[in-house]
Design a protein around this ligand. Structure first.
Ligand SMILES: Cc1cc2nc3c(=O)[nH]c(=O)nc-3n(C[C@H](O)[C@H](O)[C@H](O)COP(=O)(O)OP(=O)(O)OC[C@H]3O[C@@H](n4cnc5c(N)ncnc54)[C@H](O)[C@@H]3O)c2cc1C
Ligand code: FES
Ligand code: FES
Length: 478
């Protein structure tokens, strides 16, 4: 079954948009068509959180709430979901939601421009968790900027929710919403509006048939990179194939030696699984954009952008990950070490997509990864370093080192690895090896960091690794 309309719930009412413009952002739709102006526009690039909305989705007969940036999400992605905007939080009797009440009580708002975004981020935290510690609160609002109140009163408001009754209007309405969501379960969508086409298949078979018969399309996953063509470059994307609803692309499978992840799995789902095997991978992902970005952004999208500052890329390089690539009639496996060609260029051909990524589980190795950026939260890396050591009897048996932000592509430091391999684990080995990073890496200077700073940091991260391995302690600043 194919539909050309987008059906979703606006809180508890079914809405249908027939043949929408596939390039229209949800933010634009909310403000100009629903005429609800509580949701604000700040940056139009996912960076400030003023446009935060919450989407409710059916997961295992329950509702999962996700905060997202409506400025960089297109209208068709509402299909089959519940859209909640700040106006929906006030009850029909005009009573504030507990999150709004807490913001008032703790003076969490001054000019108010950022407030609806904070309220929606905290609402999603409130609904998805039973208690709220500092770490969870800081993570939940890491994608929301406030320029006048400051964060302390907002954090106090969030902490006070621990003492609030968790039964709100949405809890009372839950069964009704679940029923409605089941009624509007998404079908394949095909939209042709003016000269724009949008296709959202539900399974891999339908995905392959559209790839077979078409060319010149753009795959869309979380849209946290692609949508900026519309919102920042002010251009159109004429033909979109949305991968987000393809069920075979959203999975995590763990076997004895590998973790395999579907390319369109949201990063937020992946971070909780990878934590068990590589805690530093998790720590870097926790500082990847914000919750809003990780709720939609995918690992497949991160790899396909081939950005030199893509955070997962040096990590996947040092873990020797494999990429499963498919087209309508072919299937192949490439080592990620052979995948990046040049600045934002990969070996993917036009009608090929990434199906999944296989990450080897080096159970005996020591794995470390560090992200260096100007700001702790919601910032792009200046340098990201990733280190995978096999050490036996105080000797380095095998080593894989990779950096992001240090060349036109994320890159292995092979000259440095060669010096370290088969050497004793001591400071002299590392002191000697760090100078070879100058052979491996050729950073540029930009607004994030000078090239001298980048090289120095890359060397220091290697030495930090030595100190941590040698002392068997973490030397981290929180
Ligand atoms: C506010 C903000 C903060 C950010 N912070 C970070 C950060 O801290 N670290 C970081 O690394 N990045 C960051 N990014 C960049 C962005 O989140 C990543 O590049 C993201 O991983 C892209 O994934 P996506 O699913 O959103 O991809 P999309 O935007 O949907 O797609 C990106 C590209 O990949 C292609 N593509 C997507 N999936 C596939 C597939 N399965 N097969 C083939 N091609 C595919 C698309 O056609 C497109 O060309 C940030 C972005 C924003 C807006
Ligand atoms: S307007 Fe800034 S994140 Fe959307
Ligand atoms: S209250 Fe003014 S920007 Fe936050």
């Amino acid at each position: 079954m194919i539909s050309n309309s987008v059906k979703f719930l606006l809180n508890d009412k079914i809405l249908e948009i027939k043949n929408p413009d596939p390039n229209q952002t949800i933010l634009n739709y909310i403000r100009t068509e629903l005429k609800k102006t509580g949701t604000k526009e700040g940056c139009s690039e996912g960076g400030c959180g003023a446009c935060t909305i919450v989407l409710g989705e059916l997961v295992n007969n329950d509702i999962k709430y996700s905060s997202i940036n409506s400025c960089i999400s297109f209208v068709p992605s509402l299909n089959g979901k519940q859209l909640l905007i700040v106006e929906d939080l006030v009850s029909k009797e005009g009573k504030f939601h507990p999150v709004q009440e807490a913001m008032v009580k703790f003076h969490g708002s001054q000019c108010g421009f950022c407030t609806p975004g904070f309220v929606m981020s905290l609402f999603s935290m409130f609904k998805n968790n039973k208690s709220y510690n500092h770490e969870l609160i800081a993570d939940s609002i890491s994608g929301n900027l406030c320029r006048c109140t400051g964060y302390r009163p907002i954090i106090d408001a969030a902490k006070s929710l621990n003492k609030t009754n968790k039964t709100d209007e949405f809890t009372k309405n839950k069964n009704k919403i679940i029923k409605l969501l089941k009624n509007i379960r998404p079908k394949n969508i095909f939209i042709k509006k003016d000269d724009k086409i949008y296709f959202s298949p539900k399974n891999i078979k339908d995905l392959k048939s559209i790839i077979k018969n078409n060319s010149n399309f753009n795959f869309l996953a979380g849209g946290t990179d692609l949508s900026l063509i519309v919102t920042k470059e002010r251009k159109e994307i004429p033909f979109i194939i949305d991968l987000k609803e393809v069920k075979e692309l959203d999975f995590i499978k763990v076997s004895k030696n590998y973790l395999e992840i579907g390319a369109a799995t949201p990063l937020i789902k992946f971070e909780n699984e990878i934590k068990k095997y590589y805690p530093d991978f998790y720590s870097v992902l926790k500082r990847y954009g914000s919750v809003q970005i990780r709720n939609v952004g995918t690992i497949g999208g991160n790899i396909a952008t081939a950005s030199p500052i893509g955070d997962s890329l040096p990590i996947l390089l040092s873990l020797n990950a494999e990429i499963l690539i498919e087209s309508f009639n072919e299937r192949k496996v490439l080592s990620i070490n052979n995948f990046f060609i040049d600045y934002r260029k990969t070996k993917l051909k036009k009608n090929e997509f990434i199906r999944s990524i296989k990450i080897p589980l080096f159970k005996k190795n020591i794995f470390k990864a560090f992200k260096i950026s100007k700001r702790f939260d919601d910032d792009i890396s200046s340098v990201c370093g990733s280190f995978n050591f096999e050490i036996n009897n105080n000797k380095i048996k095998e080593v894989y080192i990779a950096y992001g932000g240090m060349a036109a592509v994320p890159k292995r430091a092979k000259a440095c690895e060669k010096i370290l391999k088969n050497k004793p684990l001591n400071i002299n080995t590392f002191d000697q090896a760090k100078n070879y990073l100058e052979k491996d890496l050729s950073p540029i200077g930009d607004m994030r960091a000078s090239k001298e700073y980048r090289l120095e940091i890359a060397k220091n991260l290697l030495m930090k690794c030595f100190v941590e391995i040698n002392s068997n302690k973490l030397t981290r600043v929180n």
